[in-house]
Design a protein around this ligand. Sequence first.
Ligand code: NAP
Length: 294
Amino acid sequence: MPDARARGLTGEAAVVGVIGWPVAHSLSPLMHNRAFAHLDMNWVYVPFAVRPENLEAAVAGLRALSVRGFNVTIPHKTAIIPFLDQLTPAAAAIGAVNTVINRDGWLVGDNTDGLGFLRSLREEAEFDPAGSRTVILGAGGAARAVAVSLADAGASRVVIANRTVARAQELADVIESRGAHAAALALDSPELEEELAAADLLVQTTPAGMSGEADAVLPVPESWLRPPLIVCDIVYTPPETPLLAAARRRGLRVVPGWGMLLYQGAAAFERWTGRPPPVAVMRDALLEALDAGR
Ligand code: NAP
């Protein structure tokens, strides 16, 4: 399969990329460049390492360089907002941007994380959030995208359990304002077991279980994982987190975190290029890279 190194990009090549700090771990260049090569497109996706103090200059530079768009990752997803010209309703609701589209010098900040998350539920577990009850562990940026997308898709109840309860309450208030019932709990609250017993879906969004995390233990006791709960862990390194392994042992359906990454990328691809993304090709690139890093 030809990749960015082998392809003969011409002077007309369109440039997209990702800004983050650090950015070297990003799998998005592999995923998008494989897609461009597959479709024989004169496009290239480049990682840009942008220190937090250089964010404004980097955005001005990307605009000046006429890049067609770029992804935004940690720690810039919220900090970038003042430097953009417009936000989509999704980005405004989530309060963070993961995809910027350059419309002739006018930078539109979008957020495809929530869309990507919902699509991963649909594709990997045939899960429809309408009328559902979900428990989310964590209340950071990713949890916000997850919670808002669930509420907007008609979820009836979203419970947010977080180490810092005030942050969970803030997110619960946002969810209530979008028409779903919401509650905030501490991660170690005794009520969590009861909420899980009544839930259709558990979504894990803290770094617990990430490769390299010293305290990579289960965020909830394994015995709390009971059918018909569906378990999604948005952490994707390793692709099979301790929580997903435990859920599988308990016979539950699971949604791995690479799904959200894949489908947010597919949505960004479509926004930049106007073409349907070759999802199977992007998925292979992603899974190969994740398998190699196991
Ligand atoms: P974030 O904004 O920094 O939020 C981190 C969340 O995790 C907060 O709720 C934080 O709680 C909690 N947390 C951190 N360390 C903890 C610990 N030791 N014990 C318990 N809770 C802890 O980060 P984020 O952007 O939401 O990202 C979170 C994770 O999601 C990362 O692992 C990231 O790689 C992953 N992610 C995946 C995708 C995907 O496409 N699959 C997309 C985005 C993010 P406090 O509020 O108490 O600090």
